[in-house]
Write a protein that binds this ligand. Structure first.
Ligand code: FAD
Ligand code: DLZ
Ligand code: SF4
Length: 512
């Protein structure tokens, strides 16, 4: 054998760099299902089932293309349990001239991978992942020239680089960013099309029973599993999104509704991150909808910005700052996550709804992740590393390169503002404005303190008060700090006492 090409579970793309010059006549493929990857955090059952089924279908695709695939299943009695162990077994069995692999999406895997060549006594070529627009070097060069790493400026570079939504050198419509038009609350829309679900085929059914059997104690439900597990089906979902949801994607991007957790979001991150959908092709499809007059500019620009802006930027930050980034803890927050993060058993309707949906579907949209669970974790002083592990565990689109900067940086401000200019901290008023959660809540969002008051209200002021040293010089927080200063001493004490009572209940594992 010439090359043994090792393909990881989130590298399911036929144009992957490790497959660039692959020749079925002399190269072989290695893919393996290993316990180490399913348990380094205790991933949601649905996430494990999705990845394993997608891997098995992709292996079939490669076999149809003529490749010999060494596919190791989780229940293979000789399974070594880890990437390294399976690589060593494969090298011993197949004696390739070299191993070729595309760089992984997580630092811990790359760190291990760097030792594979010595361990296997075989050259290992690690190729860059070309499924992103900016290379690590390009991102580092961009970052190196700036005092502040503002995403908006990076995004403009990516617009210029790709030509997406550009009229020559100028942005289409005369503005780079139409976000101001994308902050409306949502109304119930009974005509909103339903999401397509795929019935599990024989491969998926096998995987579902394997996961139920091996990971019964992991979070999540498998009933109703309807993910696409092939590239072709993921492309159908992209077509559905462009036709049915993109036109209205913009306006209600930040809104939340109890009865309609997805609104017009794409639900495509699973497929983009695993390699079924090419991010640039997704953006070109959205741009086409705009050029053909099918979707408005505010929607298409907002959508494209998430992918060539935020997604690329997050990856850039991750590789620029790892491994130290994982331990960032600007506020020195230490509190463990309350149990309700795994059970949804809380009286706070906003958290209960989002966590319940997360347990059921391994999905929540951006504002639910940022302004409900993330906001609560920030205000309640939960330890950012534990918060990061929870997000990595529960969402089916979560891989460290994208999850960690979103959690540690954007949501928890644990990097002290490298990534965001102010913490995404909000009181109940924001949640009440952008969602209908408060109408079904035991707490009263209008009540500031005392029995029955929305906990977010006191927690918000207490968070600002307790972190005054760290935050009061932040110009974007001047207004809330001025409001805090104008309050009477008694009012401030009331907020502090209310927050303290709530946090004591949390620490005592009482129901909140
Ligand atoms: P849409 O809202 O429809 O957006 C379209 C696409 O844009 C997404 O599919 C995704 O590819 C991209 N995108 C949007 N926002 C971001 C962002 N902030 N960073 C990177 N890409 C983005 N995204 C992940 O892919 N994996 C994660 O583990 C993850 N963890 C997150 C944790 C927190 C605390 C927060 C605040 C955000 C996180 N995100 C993560 C970003 C975002 O929430 C998801 O990408 C999005 O909800 C996926 O759903 P969608 O496909 O319906 O996205
Ligand atoms: C997340 C995951 C899981 C649960 N299982 C596997 C697996 O069995 N085999 C595999 O190749 N990949 C898996 N993955 C995805 C990897 O964790 C991912 O490829 C690395 O974290 C690098 O991003
Ligand atoms: Fe959440 Fe407060 Fe609204 Fe209840 S009242 S749903 S706790 S914001």
């Amino acid at each position: 054998m010439r090359n043994l090409i090792f393909i990881l579970g989130d590298q399911l793309s036929p144009d992957l760099s490790s497959l660039r010059d692959a020749d079925p006549a002399c190269d072989g493929i290695l893919m393996c299902e290993v316990m180490a990857e399913a348990t380094y955090v205790r991933h949601h059952k649905r996430k494990i089932a999705f990845i394993l089924s997608a891997m098995r279908h992709f292996a079939e695709e490669l076999e149809t293309a003529g490749f010999a695939v060494r596919y190791i299943r989780l229940d293979d009695p000789d399974n070594a349990g880890s990437f390294r162990g399976e690589l060593l077994r494969a090298v011993e069995a197949l004696a390739p001239q070299r191993v070729v692999v595309t760089e992984p999406g997580e630092w811990r895997v790359l760190d291990d991978m760097r030792g594979w060549s010595d361990a296997a006594r075989c050259p290992v070529e690690i190729r860059p992942d070309r499924r992103f627009l900016a290379t690590h070097e390009e991102f580092a060069a961009w970052a190196g020239t700036r005092r502040e790493l503002t995403m908006e400026f990076f995004y403009r570079e990516m617009r210029r680089k790709t030509g997406l939504l550009m009229d020559g050198d100028a942005p289409a419509g005369g503005r780079w960013n139409f976000d101001a038009e994308n902050r409306k609350p949502a109304q119930q829309d009974l005509l909103r099309p339903r999401r397509r679900q795929f019935s599990p085929d024989a491969i998926t059914r096998d995987v579902l029973s394997l996961v139920e059997d091996r990971f019964a104690d992991h979070i999540g439900r498998l009933e109703g599993f309807g993910f696409a597990v092939t590239r072709a089906d993921a492309e159908t979902l992209l077509d559905d999104f462009i036709a049915d949801f993109l036109p209205a994607f913009g306006e209600t991007q930040d809104a939340m509704l109890t009865s309609d957790p997805n609104l017009n979001h794409a639900l495509l991150s699973f497929y983009i991150n695993i390699g079924f959908l090419d991010p640039l092709a997704v953006c070109r499809a959205a741009e086409r909808a705009y050029l053909e007059g099918y979707a408005p500019l505010n929607a298409v620009e907002g959508f494209i910005r998430q992918i060539i802006g935020w997604r690329e930027y997050m990856r850039g930050i991750y590789w620029l700052k790892m491994p130290d980034y994982a331990e960032s803890n600007f506020f020195e927050a230490k509190r463990p996550l309350p149990d309700f993060f795994w059970t949804a058993e809380t009286d706070m309707a906003c958290l209960r709804t989002v966590i319940r949906d997360t347990i059921d579907t391994a999905y929540a949209h951006h504002i639910q992740r940022l302004m409900i669970t993330g906001n609560f974790a920030l205000l309640a002083g939960l330890a950012p590393h534990a918060v990061h592990e929870w997000y990595l565990e529960v969402y089916a689109d979560a891989y460290e390169w994208v999850e960690m900067p979103n959690v540690i940086g954007m949501s928890q401000f644990a990097d002290g503002g490298l990534l965001g200019s102010k913490p995404y901290a909000a009181s109940g008023n924001y949640i009440s404005k952008m969602s209908d959660y408060c109408t079904g809540c035991r707490y009263d969002v209008k009540k500031k303190t005392g029995e029955g008051a929305c906990p977010f209200n006191a927690l918000y002021w207490d968070f600002l008060d307790r972190n005054r040293e760290r935050l009061s010089r932040n110009r974007r927080l001047a207004q809330p700090y001025a409001t805090w200063s104008r309050m009477s001493d008694a009012q401030r004490q009331d907020f502090r006492a209310s927050a303290r009572r709530f946090l004591q209940k949390l620490d005592a594992a009482e129901r909140v």
